[in-house]
Structure formats: structure tokens, C-alpha cells
Ligand binder design. Structure first.
Ligand SMILES: [Zn+2]
Length: 105
């Protein structure tokens, strides 16, 4: 609780960033199969598929790290991390603060 902001504008901004990063992760996960089908139509070679996979893995790593480093505006801990476990849930894993909440208390 010692690092938590009390200004509603600050924690609303933190929550907005968290939601944007979560959306980026979910889009990255969901876009793989459609992108695979599109690339297969354009160039059905192993090299093209491998390149797509490598690019997708890079985006997946980036989006996962960004989501993992989101801080909870109420308790100041990592929102989606508890120990080494990453769980992309809608509530903080430490204080149960909901991602869509407008009230920090
Ligand atoms: Zn929290």
C-alpha cells in the first residue's frame, strides 16, 4: 500500500495502461492462426511459416512481459504476477482489485 497513488487520475491512467497491454496480449495470441492462414495463401513455404512463427513469438514475448510488469494501482504489487506465476485475470492477484473498477478503496 506504500507505493499506491491516491490521485484518481493517476490510478485511472495506470488501469488504462494495464487494459491496453492486456488487449495487446490477447490480440497477439488470437492473431496467430488467421495470420498463418493468410501467409499460407500467399506463400505456402516452410520458410514463410517459420518467419511468421518467429515474428509472432517475438510479439508474444514482448506482450507477455508488458502484461507481467503491470502494477496494481491499489497495492503497488504486480497486477498479474504472484511469485513466478503469471495469471492474466481481471482481478489483482494480491488485493483482488478489479480491472474495471472506478473506485480504488
Ligand atoms: Zn493489488
Amino acid at each position: 500500500m506504500e507505493n499506491s497513488p491516491t490521485d484518481p487520475v493517476v490510478y485511472a491512467g495506470i488501469l488504462k495502461t494495464t487494459r491496453r497491454r492486456r488487449k495487446f496480449l490477447f490480440i497477439t495470441v488470437l492473431i496467430y492462426i488467421p495470420a498463418l492462414l493468410v501467409i499460407h495463401k500467399i506463400s505456402p513455404t516452410d520458410r514463410a511459416m517459420g518467419t511468421l512463427f518467429a515474428v509472432w513469438v517475438v510479439f508474444l514475448i514482448i506482450s507477455t512481459v508488458l502484461v507481467a510488469l503491470c502494477r496494481c494501482p491499489r497495492c503497488g504489487n504486480y497486477f498479474h504476477m504472484h511469485g513466478i506465476t503469471l495469471l492474466v485475470l481481471r482481478k489483482c492477484l494480491h488485493c483482488q482489485f478489479h480491472i474495471a473498477s472506478n473506485n480504488i478503496s
